[in-house]
Write a protein that binds this ligand. Structure first.
Ligand code: CP
Ligand code: NVA
Length: 318
């Protein structure tokens, strides 16, 4: 018998989570991480089946979700869009309806955010966006957890994003505003984040007290930063623009040691990975002492386990 979930809540971007929910996910994830390190297992999702639909490649998202589900006692079915009838023209709506009959939760990695929204609309189970062209909420949950671990707090920190105003940046904007962190973004004109997201974050920021600034000058953005974040200049789906993008972003938006020296002395460096070494970041920074990129990658596992527990209604205590 399929175990039904208590209620359906989708996480397509951090707009879908309140500040309280984000903070409780981080807290639970931190506890799960500690307990896993102490050898305690939490098989709270026994009988729960997670489906994953991937239209684009993934290393961390797919493996961390699969591993997380197994660690929680649940099961996983991973599907490439080419494996299912979607590739032969079955609609997203009918796919969502059918998968909801078997699964308890679904992670999607689709190119278009509108398609992710359509799946969520027609699925009767919780849908998690595992990366679309517009958002990457799971990455920022892991990043917030990593910042909390490294800095002991979120509120009041200065975060600097340098690079493309892309999907990861959009959720960092939302996450920063909700967590009360100040965010300064340096990106070339024409590569700025979503105007809608900026407007929502400004509204959230007026409640949490965080400031949001967009500039095209990396030295301005990085000055006084506690946290420096970047991502590839060429996201999945941008490959045809490779040459144009390399000309627009390089060398000005590359994070190298010279630029990092303008941040606070104890600043940390973050990148969701995969990184293009020598492009958006130099190897000395990525492998340097400020870099926390492997913590970020590890925390994908713990924060997604906490998210799955929240969305599938599983109560802790076992
Ligand atoms: N950071 C991230 O989402 O990595 P993958 O593309 O490997 O899943
Ligand atoms: N911005 C990148 C993130 C990959 C995890 C992309 O969309 O390809």
């Amino acid at each position: 018998m399929k175990i039904s979930t208590l209620s359906k809540k989708d996480v397509l971007s951090l707009m879908d989570l309140t500040t309280e929910e984000i903070l409780s996910i981080i807290e639970l994830a931190t506890r799960l991480k500690q307990e896993a390190k102490n050898g305690k297992s939490n098989v709270l999702l026994k009988g729960i089946v997670l489906g994953l639909i991937f239209q684009k490649p993934s290393t961390r998202t797919r493996v961390s979700f699969e591993t997380g589900m197994y660690q929680l006692g649940g099961s996983v079915i991973s599907l490439n869009t080419n494996d299912i009838q979607l590739s032969r023209g079955e609609s997203l709506e009918d796919t969502a309806r059918s998968l909801s009959l078997y699964l308890n939760c679904l992670v999607t990695r689709l190119y278009q955010h509108e398609e992710t929204e359509l799946i969520a609309k027609y699925a009767s189970i919780p849908v998690i966006n595992g990366l679309s062209n517009l958002f990457h909420p799971c990455q920022i949950l892991a990043d917030l957890m990593t910042i909390q671990e490294r800095k002991g707090k979120l509120k009041g920190l200065n975060v600097s994003w340098i690079g493309d105003g892309n999907n990861v940046c959009n959720d960092l904007i939302l996450g920063s505003a909700k967590a009360g962190m100040n965010l300064t973004i340096a990106c070339p004109p024409g590569y700025r984040p979503s105007k809608e997201v900026l407007a929502i974050a400004n509204l959230e920021g007026s409640k949490s007290g965080s400031k949001l600034v967009v500039t095209d000058e990396p030295p301005v953005a990085i000055a006084n930063a506690d946290v420096v974040v970047t991502d590839t200049f060429i996201s999945i789906g941008n490959d045809e623009e490779r040459l144009i993008r390399e000309r627009v972003f390089l060398p000005k938006y590359q994070i190298n040691q010279q630029l990092m020296n303008l941040a606070r002395k104890d600043a940390i460096f973050m990148h969701c990975l995969p990184a293009k070494r020598g492009q958006e970041v130099t190897s000395d920074v990525l492998d340097g002492k400020a870099s926390v990129v492997w913590d970020e990658a590890e925390n994908r596992l713990h924060s997604q386990k906490a998210l799955l527990l929240l969305l599938t209604g599983a109560k802790r205590g076992a």
